[in-house]
Design a protein around this ligand. Sequence first.
Ligand code: 4AD
Ligand code: MG
Length: 461
Amino acid sequence: MARIINILRNGKAQEEIEVKGWIRTKRELKEFSFIEINDGSSLGNLQAVLNSDLLNYQDIIKRLNTGVSVSIKGILVDSPAKGQKVELQAQEVIIFGDCDPETYPLQKKRHSFEFLRTIGHLRGRTNTIGAVMRVRNACANAIHQFFQSKGFLWVHTPIITASDCEGAGELFTVTNLSLEKIIQDKKDEINYENDFFGRQAYLTVSGQLEAEIMAMSFQNVYTFGPTFRAENSNTSRHLAEFWMVEPEIAFCDLEGDQNLAEEFLKYVFKYVLDHCPEDMAFFNQRINQNVLINAENIINNEFARITYTEAINLLEKSKKKFEFPVEWGIDLQSEHERYLAEELFKKPVIVTDYPKEIKAFYMRLNDDQKTVAAMDILAPGIGEIIGGSQREERLDVLQSRIVECNINGDELWWYLDLRRYGTVPHAGFGLGFERLVQFMTGMENIRDVIPFPRTPMNAEF
Ligand code: 4AD
Ligand code: MG
């Protein structure tokens, strides 16, 4: 069976083929009819011509409504129509499943993304969501190729974990108790602190600490898996379940970390432009006219690099009125991040060396004793897309940071052990995979770049 993407790209007249997919449109004329079929492999549909002398033509053509699943066998012929080299002269049509045009939720007109979210089980059949899922797949492929070609080991870190890597209190607790028991126990005023088979456990917010363990044996590793944050924020950039890519590199400092992150983003953009040109052109035309310029800009220009202190100075000097007042020590808000990337530099900006008070315990303390070797990459239109740092590899400094941050060091005995036994400078970063797909496609809402969004509002499946 042929896939439509290959037929549209390389199909030749006289080839005999069979395609399977779903009908997009039908145009009935007197002697023959045109149908467009899509099989999910491409943005473009394959046009098939059904002559009226086809077996059971009258019956078939009546049933071939939008959404019907079919198999069509036939011969490719040169197409007189604009925009397609070949079309399919149908010789045999088999209908697998009818589709009632009266009740089918996907009509020919353009639907809003809000509406499509209410029919998540069918939205993959639309042009935009179809293109998003193909670009998402290409990004995932590029990520693996990039790290594999550099000899990084893909490590599978746990989803159920005892550690709160970011210390931001955004954990989902995992429990083996039934909801009825929890409610009854609450009534009886029984409090459980440990409820994962007698221990405290959470859904992971980041695979970093486990990736650090692996990097201390294998040098260069990366994770690529789902992570969870119980932040009740209904924004266009936050999900409760999102995918993160986290490389961890031994014998590496903050500069090496920034270099890797920049090279990595450039590679992924180039790969997607090369592999999904039709989908990317579609985003540029329909979703955001900066998509292609933006991609070229990422690939061809160096990212800006500034320190947090320089960023604060630039923000203070700007004439823009920010909602959240700017002073040294604040956590950069989305409006600040977007101003820097979108308006000032007009390209990705790497901000380094943040105040230690607003960053996680594991980041390496700088010589000034006030800042840590952190880096965030801010992208135009998105804001933070990557967060990373050089890790604190000195046992004594780490121990005092743990105390300063009010963290229970006993639970991190294994993390401290890594600093006791053959510690090395190391660094890494985390890329929000959905934010990358948003950045790449220009899609406004993060719920539309993941097949099954998990937010406080959506979790039907
Ligand atoms: O900046 P974060 O919190 O960094 C970490 O988790 C580190 N442990 C990473 C590391 O150094 N290995 O998260 C990393 C990235 C963010 O830059 C953002 O792109 C994404 O994860 N992210 C989210 N994406 C979607 N929904 C959310 N709720 C997100 N929270 C973070
Ligand atoms: Mg961050």
